[in-house]
Design a protein around this ligand. Structure first.
Ligand code: SAM
Length: 351
């Protein structure tokens, strides 16, 4: 893309909206460079003036620093930057309202038929006889696929999500089973104020905490709702899967998607991505729309869980992403009686 087009359509609006006070010097330099290019009538910096490519290179290195700083601000574990938080919540609101269908969703008959088995035998590694009558918090229920599976296993589900569109989709899924359930609209960070403390046997949070405004507050809050001896099950993105540099490159793409002018452009972007890497639009949206996408080392999460009083902290799937099961407090009777051995791949999402 010609440099001046990139400057106009991407860097400048982004900096103005998200980060302008801290980089006003840089934006002034961008404007200066743009003026010089215009006055020379050049389309790109690779023209006859040998001075300009050097400036563009320097600018590009500085932009990399800005993106890395933005990445850090978006992924602070205690509080993500407001621009990232707002857009991430909105992205999921849009997803459940407009593009709920996809592979491994409830619209996928193969997944739907075996979601209860997946929960018991591949994810949580607990015999299905354990679930009957258990109080389960689906923390960040999304389209309701796990609430549906947990209800099929006989659990009493409380579904929580910050987005009304997610709760509506989950309600529809549970209605299909005729299952009684509770629905709570809340941020996970504050859900401990809305439900009784120590009242759940299982907190199930699949693919949610890495998107929350505050990872540490959300984890603290849902942990308070768990009974002593209860289980927590988390799916989180693992740092091992994508090195930081590749992740920052992906983050740039997310910004590009988020700051597109209109919905048609965003839709075309996702469709192109979906075709290019053989996935569906729902999955492409998962990758490119939520700006907050933290990645963790297992040890980092284990230490946090230990500080919150968890024991028996284990990875349940052999994978570079993190599937973590832990027990609140020292009483591990549930897993001693009902625990299943860890399985080898392939797992449900690999076949
Ligand atoms: C990737 S989706 C996962 C949904 C579901 N667990 C699943 O696996 O299908 C993340 C969900 O978390 C919700 N979410 C994001 N931040 C949240 C927060 N701070 N509190 C509650 N829900 C949140 C989003 O609305 C979205 O439904």
């Amino acid at each position: 893309m010609p440099v001046d087009t990139a400057l106009k359509s991407f860097f400048r609006p982004l900096l103005r909206r998200a980060f302008s006070p801290a980089v006003s010097g840089l934006t002034a330099r961008i404007a200066e460079l743009e003026n010089r290019m215009r006055s020379k009538g050049e389309e790109s910096g690779a023209g006859q003036d040998g001075d300009i490519p050097a400036q563009v290179q320097r600018l590009s290195r500085e932009m990399d620093l800005v993106f890395t700083a933005l990445y850090e601000m978006a992924h602070d574990n205690d509080r993500s930057a407001p621009f990232a938080s707002r857009r991430t919540v909105a992205a999921f609101g849009h997803q459940w309202a407009e593009i709920p269908s996809g592979k491994y969703m409830l619209s996928d008959p193969v997944f739907k038929a075996q979601v209860d088995r997946i929960i018991s035998e591949e994810e949580l590694l607990m015999n299905r006889t354990w679930f009957g009558g258990k109080r389960v918090l689906d923390a960040g229920c999304g389209g309701g696929r796990w609430s549906y599976g947990l209800a099929k296993l006989g659990a009493q589900v409380t579904a929580v999500d910050t987005n009304p569109s997610a709760l509506a989709a989950t309600r529809a899924a549970l209605d299909e089973l005729g299952a009684k359930a509770e629905f709570v609209r809340s941020d996970l960070e504050t859900v401990d104020a809305k439900l009784p403390p120590e009242s759940f046997d299982l907190v199930w949070s699949w693919g949610v905490l890495h998107h929350c405004t505050s990872f540490s507050e959300a984890l603290r809050s849902v942990s308070k709702l768990l009974k002593s001896g209860g289980l927590i099950h988390l799916y989180l993105y693992g740092r091992e899967s994508i090195p930081l540099s590749a992740d920052v490159a992906l983050f740039k793409e997310r910004l590009r998607y988020n700051y597109m002018q209109d919905e048609r452009q965003r839709q075309a972007f996702l469709e192109e991505k979906a075709r290019g890497i053989d996935m569906d639009v729902h999955h492409a949206h998962d990758i490119y729309a939520p700006i907050i996408n933290r990645r963790f080392e297992f040890e980092e999460v284990r230490d946090l869980l230990e500080k919150l009083g968890f024991t028996h902290i284990e990875r349940t799937l052999k994978h570079t992403e993190l599937w973590i099961r832990a027990v609140k407090g020292p009483n591990a009777e549930a897993i001693e009686k009902y625990g299943l051995p860890k399985r080898d791949p392939p797992y449900w999402f690999q076949v």
